[in-house]
Design a binder for this molecule. Structure first.
Ligand SMILES: Cc1cc2nc3c(=O)[nH]c(=O)nc-3n(C[C@H](O)[C@H](O)[C@H](O)COP(=O)(O)OP(=O)(O)OC[C@H]3O[C@@H](n4cnc5c(N)ncnc54)[C@H](O)[C@@H]3O)c2cc1C
Length: 391
């Protein structure tokens, strides 16, 4: 019998084999024991808990879905459920892992040559080396497919990269930053693994975010940064290849949204059972039960959608629109759910020590990154109508 909390209302965890369930439980225990007690302090100080990286590495969850190169080879369903478990306690750590394992390792896994995968992925899977993913620019967000201004110019056995990136998670300390830049020769977007310390590559930490404050987002300046041809991802020939990475990681973000909503719901449920007003627990009021059930329905429907998406991914049947629909739907439901949880806690809903306030704030970032609701809606709209409506 699964020991999943009741908020896994349709027992989705039972879809995993016993080893998968055990891994999920290990991740849950780690997050609850090691992360939850300390995370609000890091959130307040805008700091990242670097000391936790070796222990997260030992969980063996980085690159879980990928086969070979020191990765788990355990598929997208388990990977998604792990992403949900992490975000369920803290969306910032979930984002850190999503950037490292999803965006950075995923770029190398999908777009690197066999030699490049062997060179970078094993140490990243052990989390001895950390990755970041630089696509967005100060003036180019949603329109990245057509509008990237960062350039790459081939010069013998090297590339010279110039431009700026914004919002790049983990970039202040990552060992490898995947930079997407337009090749001036053929105008196509290509991917480069830029190593920390490369002359001409510099980062500035973004401060005063009101969401995901633990995540170290940075602006990056590339000023004639020289990268060897050996660091150009050999299978990344156009933005179509970048989109393949996003297809993979958007599914992970949908799972994160489920985790963020589920965490808020669980805190709200526990609170409703112990908080007394009018001489009895507020959980006994009809209007409060209505809120709780709305939250549970959101979490359950979103999780079911994600499960099926992961199954399609594992069967090689998932397309851009499948990930986009899940990302858009689950993040909308997440936003509603964390709002209801906050409401249910009354004033305590805005105090960090009750955790729900952190989920409310962090949900805002998850809602917008990896494609806003509008952009993911347009991806689905194009697929079902046959007409692109982006411009
Ligand atoms: C916390 C955080 C972490 C991030 N981490 C990373 C990272 O690690 N790496 C990375 O590369 N990027 C990262 N991003 C960037 C993120 O992917 C972008 O913020 C996102 O793609 C939206 O781009 P934008 O913020 O520039 O908004 P804009 O593109 O300027 O959009 C503004 C508004 O216009 C709407 N809009 C735009 N185009 C259309 C259209 N055609 N039709 C209708 N509406 C439209 C959008 O939906 C949005 O509501 C991160 C962002 C955040 C907030």
């Amino acid at each position: 019998m699964s020991s999943a909390p009741d908020s896994d209302f349709y027992s989705l965890e039972l879809l995993l084999d016993p080893a998968g369930q055990q891994l999920v439980h290990r991740v849950r225990a780690f997050m609850e024991k090691e992360v939850e007690p300390v995370i609000n302090g890091y959130w307040t100080r805008e700091e990242f808990p670097h000391d936790l990286i070796p222990a997260i590495g030992k969980l063996g969850v980085a690159g879980l879905a990928y086969s070979g190169y020191g990765c788990g080879g355990l598929g997208c369903l388990l990977d998604g459920m792990v992403a949900m478990e992490v975000a369920r306690v803290d969306p910032s750590i979930g984002t850190f892992l999503g950037v490292h394992s999803g965006l950075a390792m995923g770029s190398i896994y999908l777009c690197g040559s066999a030699e490049q995968k062997q060179r970078w992925l094993p140490a990243m899977a052990r989390m001895e080396k950390i990755g970041a993913f630089g696509l967005t620019e100060p003036e180019v967000g949603s329109g990245a497919a057509r509008g990237l201004t960062t350039t790459a110019r081939r010069d013998g056995d090297e590339w010279v990269i110039d431009g700026q990136k914004k919002w790049i998670g983990n970039a202040t300390f990552a060992d490898y930053v995947i930079i997407w830049a337009r090749d001036v020769a053929d105008n196509q977007v290509k991917g480069f693994v830029v190593e920390q310390g490369t002359p001409g590559f510099s980062t500035t930490k973004m401060r005063d975010k009101i969401a995901l404050r633990v995540v170290q987002n940075a602006t990056i300046t590339l000023d004639g940064a020289r990268v060897p041809e050996a660091n150009r991802l050999q299978q990344a020939n156009s933005f179509r290849d970048t989109a393949a990475v996003l297809r993979l990681t958007r599914a992970g973000v949908a799972w994160q949204a489920v985790g963020c909503a589920r965490g808020a719901y669980e805190h709200a449920l526990a609170y409703a059972k112990q908080r007394q007003q009018f001489g009895r627990p507020i959980a006994g009021f009809q209007l409060v039960q209505d809120q709780l059930v709305k939250m549970l329905a959101n979490v359950t429907a979103s999780a079911c959608l994600c499960v099926r998406l992961s199954q399609l991914q594992d069967a090689g049947l998932a397309d851009d629109e499948h990930s986009a629909l899940a990302k858009a739907f689950c993040t909308v439901r997440m936003r509603e759910t964390v709002g209801l949880a906050r409401e249910l806690l009354g004033g305590n809903g805005i105090l960090l020590e009750y955790h729900v306030g952190r989920f409310v704030a962090d949900a805002e970032a998850i809602y917008s990154y990896e494609g806003t609701r509008e952009i993911n809606t347009l991806i689905v709209g194009r697929a079902i109508t046959g007409t692109g409506a982006f411009v």
